[in-house]
Design a protein around this ligand. Structure first.
Ligand SMILES: *[C@@H]1O[C@H](CO)[C@@H](O)[C@H](O)[C@H]1NC(C)=O
Ligand SMILES: *[C@@H]1O[C@H](CO)[C@@H](O)[C@H](O)[C@H]1NC(C)=O
Ligand SMILES: *[C@@H]1O[C@H](CO)[C@@H](O)[C@H](O)[C@H]1NC(C)=O
Ligand SMILES: *[C@@H]1O[C@H](CO)[C@@H](O)[C@H](O)[C@H]1NC(C)=O
Ligand SMILES: *[C@@H]1O[C@H](CO)[C@@H](O)[C@H](O)[C@H]1NC(C)=O
Ligand SMILES: *[C@@H]1O[C@H](CO)[C@@H](O)[C@H](O)[C@H]1NC(C)=O
Ligand SMILES: *[C@@H]1O[C@H](CO)[C@@H](O)[C@H](O)[C@H]1NC(C)=O
Ligand SMILES: *[C@@H]1O[C@H](CO)[C@@H](O)[C@H](O)[C@H]1NC(C)=O
Length: 252
């Protein structure tokens, strides 16, 4: 009798254990991946609009429009190009950028200053601009291309690449694009910043606008590092970051 009871208890415990594990698992992995166009693996933390309530995280909901996966970032719409679950990044592109049309430009400016993790470790947004939140601003996972309109021709500064053949802001003016962040001494008198656009394809020719443009059309990565760190309560004290060498989350 006692033995039977003990066995029953054991079975009950095993069952309960299984149940607890299953419900935690379900939250993250229990839903089969959703698919839209070329993005065939939409899973936690992402959810596709219309998925069952329990799937993914509402803050990472993506839509499917004309067979294209769309993501909203600061209420602007972007097309999803790839989701990389191993390094917690999603690559998106502005919907107005057309790959072989060098006159096409993003609809909205976007730069590191639109992401709060650039300034502090604690960001309240869903996405971050780096994989090393705020520890140093050097670990951005995209870089900037800055478009300028000038009232004179700039020949002395090698960073200024002419865009006039494709992009012109003012009929009388001179138009340029510059890779990277502009230091104060780089901003020529009589030039205005018209647009700042991110790209994560760094292997372009920084003296050729067509090359800069195709890197813009490749898109840029943003990360969900903070959610990943919080989900596993990864570092009880210290900073959680993505270690590129080991390709895993780490603490420091
Ligand atoms: C949607 O996109 C996928 C992948 O690019 C393609 O295989 C499929 O034919 C497309 N479906 C429609 C209805 O366009
Ligand atoms: C899809 O993503 C899940 C969750 O990260 C991963 O376990 C799985 O291997 C991925 N499948 C493919 C085909 O990439
Ligand atoms: C994340 O992984 C993807 C796919 O391997 C890669 O293309 C991308 O550059 C990686 N992102 C970072 C920031 O290393
Ligand atoms: C290229 O982009 C420009 C600017 O968006 C647009 O006016 C033009 O119609 C596009 N050209 C083609 C061939 O789609
Ligand atoms: C990023 O910030 C700039 C400057 O505050 C703003 O003009 C732009 O609309 C923002 N971009 C997005 C996508 O919210
Ligand atoms: C983040 O916090 C700032 C300042 O506290 C606020 O202006 C902003 O709207 C918040 N963003 C989100 C996505 O909650
Ligand atoms: C252009 O790229 C080369 C090689 O990557 C680099 O050494 C150089 O400083 C860059 N020039 C400008 C103006 O950014
Ligand atoms: C361009 O604008 C700057 C500042 O507005 C002015 O000082 C300069 O004279 C202008 N240059 C030309 C060539 O119009």
């Amino acid at each position: 009798m006692r033995r039977e009871r003990a066995l029953f208890l054991l079975l009950l415990l095993l069952h309960l254990h299984h149940h607890i594990c299953a419900s935690k698992e379900e939250q993250e992995h229990g839903c089969p991946p959703s698919s839209c166009g070329k993005i065939t693996n939409i899973s936690y933390p992402f959810r596709l609009e219309g998925d069952p309530e329990k799937c993914g995280n509402k803050r990472y909901e993506v839509g499917c429009e004309n067979n294209v996966t769309v993501l909203y970032l600061h209420s602007a719409k972007y097309h999803v190009q790839a989701i990389n679950y191993k390094n917690y990044t999603v690559r998106v592109v502005d919907p107005a950028l057309q790959l072989h049309n060098c006159s096409s430009l993003p609809l909205r400016s976007l730069s590191r200053s639109n992401f709060s993790d650039t300034y502090s470790y604690y960001s309240n947004g869903s996405y971050q601009a780096g994989l090393d939140s705020g520890i140093n601003g050097e670990s951005l996972i995209f870089e900037h291309i800055v478009f300028l309109s000038c009232n004179h021709s700039v020949r002395e500064n090698g960073k200024y690449v002419k865009t006039e053949e494709y992009v012109k802001w003012d009929s009388k003016g001179y138009a340029y694009a510059v890779v990277g962040d502009l230091k104060a001494e780089d901003i020529e008198v009589g030039c205005d910043i018209k647009l700042v656009a991110p790209t994560s394809l760094r292997s372009f020719n920084n003296h050729s606008y067509t090359s800069m443009h195709s890197s813009l059309a490749y898109g840029f990565q943003i990360s969900w590092l903070q959610l990943a760190c919080q989900t596993h309560n990864f570092c009880s004290d210290g900073f959680c970051y993505f270690n590129f060498a080991s390709q895993k989350l780490d603490c420091k």
